[in-house]
Design a protein around this ligand. Structure first.
Ligand code: HEM
Length: 501
């Protein structure tokens, strides 16, 4: 009897503590013991589909900084330029969330680069930047690598499009080519455009990005759900996807171990670092290498591929913009090969790419951050270990700043003399210490792919085809599948043969 009373009492106390919030903590939707605001968020998600729209809806009700209990996770959602900037730039918010899902994907440890913080993150980020630079990041070698990938893809599109008569599916079109640039730096290896193993992996990337969200999904919010509903909760699928990935990555690492090579790709450099640091407490281990590769593979492929698909979608929708890009390319580059150094001259193209990133918001909520100590944000006190979701979308779509954020208008990034306006409200790669590690690579990829694509092709909507207006939700946003006609631009055809494009 005493035992039963004690259990009931304990449960009541647990329930009270589970829903009370500290002093000066932001308000938010009603929370319930165990499940937090899960049911309300689920209802809103059904209606609004996208998480960033759910957060926008709640921000209108509770303010630009509000709290929400996501199952077991205490979170604060931040919108608007000032609050988002503060969160992304202040060290107190530099952590990444911990929790079941983040450990599940990393051998039940805190490994990799995206979901670690503290000394491990500092060491791994420094290592990655040094070695990616050594492998050409930001230099001529990277330009050459990407150029070759783009040229290969242009040839393929030309062949497959049958002189512009056959439509081509755009979703996934850039997958292998984009990944090849990155994978060459990481593993010194590239794949054939039709490599079946890679196609399967990329499909798994797409699936996993659609299954999850920035908080780690239901598995992180209510880890016990994996016992109750291993299939419906996505636990089984994620387990399968991780197994496939790690088996591929392990294969690559093993190949490197047996290769005697002077090549210093990232895997080689990392293996040498493991040897060097065998006796030390440094964060170099084989499991760390595998999760680091997984992080870079995932962070680098889906984001860039989706951005490129959005560029095509916008140029199909806005033929006037496409015509201006064509005119600029013809005037500034003509028939010769496009170079990375042309970027400064192709300002209308650059403004178009910026507008695509602003309007499409491929990473609308950055990557979740976490407070590493008790801190303040505006008039609020945020406890240590709070998950922070910063809405980049809210900054990119702010009506007061942009005037007409819903309108696709590249000119907003150009001044009266046609020069690029570097607007501090444009933050597709985040800002601060945790900003995107692959920004230079992503920008080069997007520029080179689009410039060469538009130099060589006119993009048209196939007869009778409706362009999608609904996008796909997940960790990042990508357009729903659609196809396009790639019409060779006549005056470049001669040049294609000379330049093998
Ligand atoms: C258009 C393409 C891309 C976009 C829009 C993008 C966007 C972002 C954003 C918004 C963040 C989060 C910043 C934050 O949490 O504060 C991020 C982080 C990151 N990105 Fe990218 N990214 C792109 C391409 C890439 C590429 C190509 C790589 C590959 C090297 C990459 C690797 C990373 C990594 C490793 C992080 C985590 C950095 C850290 O936690 O220290 N990204 N990216």
């Amino acid at each position: 009897m005493i035992f039963v009373v004690a259990v009931i009492l304990f449960f009541i106390i647990f329930c009270i503590f589970d829903i009370i919030t500290p002093d000066k903590y932001p308000v938010g939707p009603k929370r319930f013991p165990l499940f937090g605001s899960y049911l309300e968020i689920r209802k809103l998600r059904k209606k609004l589909v996208f998480y960033h729209l759910v957060w926008d809806h709640l921000a209108q009700q509770f303010g630009q900084v509000f709290s929400v209990k996501l199952g077991r996770i205490e979170a604060v959602v931040v919108s608007g330029y000032d609050a988002v900037r503060q969160v992304l730039c202040k060290d107190d918010f530099d952590g990444r969330p911990d929790g079941f899902f983040f450990r599940f994907r990393a051998f039940y440890k805190r490994l990799g680069i995206v979901f670690v913080d503290g000394p491990v993150w500092t060491e791994q980020r420094k290592f990655c930047m040094q070695h990616l630079r050594k492998m050409g990041l930001g230099g001529d070698l990277m330009e050459r690598l990407i150029s070759e990938e783009v040229n290969d893809l242009m040839l393929d599109i030309k062949k497959r499009s049958n002189n512009g008569n056959k439509q081509i599916e755009v979703y996934g079109l850039f997958d292998v080519s984009v990944l090849n640039g990155l994978w060459t730096m990481l593993a010194g290896q590239r794949f054939n455009l039709y490599d079946a193993k890679l196609a399967k992996l990329m499909e798994l990337v797409h699936v996993s990005f659609r299954m999850l969200d920035m908080s780690g999904g239901i598995l992180n919010q209510m880890p016990f759900i994996r016992y109750l509903a291993p299939k419906c909760s996505g636990y089984r699928d994620i387990e399968h996807i991780l197994n496939e990935f790690y088996s591929f990555l392990r294969g690559s690492v093993e190949e490197h171990k047996h290769e005697v090579s002077d090549e210093d790709d990232l895997i080689c450099a990392f293996l040498k670092e493991i040897e060097k640091n065998k006796e030390s407490t440094k964060s170099f281990s084989e499991e760390q290498l595998l999760v680091l590769l997984l992080d870079l593979f995932l962070a680098g492929s889906e984001t860039t591929g989706s951005t490129l698909s959005f560029v095509v979608l916008h140029l199909l929708r806005h033929q006037d913009v496409q015509a201006k890009v064509h005119a600029e390319l013809d005037a500034m580059v003509g028939d010769r090969e496009v170079l990375l150094s042309d970027k400064n001259k192709l300002t209308y193209l650059e403004a178009t790419l910026m507008e695509v990133q602003r309007h499409s918001n491929v990473a609308p909520l950055a990557i979740a951050h976490r407070t590493v100590r008790k801190t303040s944000l505006q008039e609020y006190i945020i406890p240590n270990n709070t998950l922070i979701l910063a809405s980049i979308w809210s900054v990119h779509m702010d009506k007061q700043h942009w005037g007409d954020p819903e309108t696709f208008r590249p000119e907003r990034f150009l001044d009266g003399s046609g020069k690029i306006i570097n607007d501090s409200w444009f933050i597709p790669f985040g800002i601060g210490r945790r900003r995107c590690l692959g920004e230079v690579l992503a920008k080069t990829n997007v520029f080179m792919f689009v410039a060469k694509l538009l130099q060589n092709f006119e993009l048209r909507v196939p007869n009778g085809v409706q362009l999608p207006t609904n996008h796909q939700e997940g960790v990042t946003i990508s357009p729903s599948p659609f196809s396009a006609l790639f019409i060779p631009r006549r005056h470049h055809l001669h040049n294609h043969q000379n330049n093998k494009i």
